[in-house]
Design a protein. Structure first.
Length: 266
């Protein structure tokens, strides 16, 4: 297993789940991916979950905050980009037409974070690491392997992320955007089609699995549902989009070839 030691700036380094049922999420994701649950108490009460593989962090989870519940926000996976200066990055996001809806704040001794809505309406986070570097296991089975922006305005998104992080992009013949940071492709974007109705712009997380069909069947056994697939993606592999029992959306994928090696390994 390759263990990430330090992430380059401008690439996704962490994901966490905001859910209405933390115990239910523990049962679902440990049953689906074999993750171990490490519940860590928070000052003032409550807890934050570190999901782990062989003792190494892969993702986080926490009980949804009351203000999110009051606003009708569904359970959701949030993707975080590694940065060396959360305050400067948040300022650039605002300059580029984004909304900083949780300003930069320290998370104990773990790091500094902010939550941002991009110029097309998709929420994401930024993470300035201290004691917590982010996910130690990525691009390996049962861990994060891809982040995908689903947006109503691809050109506007390109301008935003170029200004905030310096990402460059390449457009495929199918209209899919591949985003690069320092020459490494690390995430992508697609345009939401009309048949998606009023689905908002969002960042979708993908987990690597050995068998997409088996993962889809197992998710349903555990109380989740399959929103789309499993289906083959030409030249890429096989994937499915699913919802956990509380409604958080995620995808699983198996590539035709090996996944890229994790960033930041030594």
């Amino acid at each position: 297993m390759q263990i990430v030691k330090k992430y380059p700036d401008g690439v996704f380094s962490w994901i966490d789940l905001s859910t209405t049922d933390l115990a239910g999420a523990h049962a679902f994701y440990s049953g689906l991916f074999g993750w171990d649950v490490d519940d860590q108490p928070l000052p003032g009460g409550g807890s934050y979950t570190q999901f782990r593989i062989d003792g190494h962090s892969v993702a986080g989870a926490g009980q949804m905050m009351p203000d999110m519940l009051d606003a009708g926000v569904p359970p959701v996976w949030t993707s975080y980009v590694n940065v060396d200066d959360a305050d400067a990055t948040a300022a650039r996001a605002a300059e580029a037409g984004g909304v900083v809806f949780v300003p930069p704040m320290d998370v104990m001794d773990q790091g500094r974070m902010a939550l941002i809505q991009d110029s097309t309406g998709a929420p994401f986070g930024i993470w300035q690491p201290a004691a917590h570097i982010g996910a130690q296991v990525v691009n390996q089975p049962n861990s994060l392997v891809w982040n995908e922006l689903q947006t109503r305005d691809r050109e506007k998104a390109n301008a935003f992320y170029s200004h905030v992080f310096g990402w460059t992009n390449e457009l495929s013949d199918s209209g899919y955007v591949m985003w690069y940071q320092d020459g490494r492709v690390h995430c992508g974007a697609m345009t939401l089609a009309e048949e998606w109705g009023d689905a908002p712009s969002n960042w979708l997380v993908y987990f690597l699995v050995d068998d997409v069909d088996a993962a889809a069947a197992r998710a349903q056994e555990l109380g989740g549902s399959v929103a789309s697939g499993p289906f083959d993606v030409s030249g890429m592999g096989r994937m499915a989009v699913m919802q956990d029992p509380q409604g958080a959306v995620f995808a699983v994928i198996r590539f035709n070839g090996p996944a890229d090696p994790p960033p930041g390994t030594e």
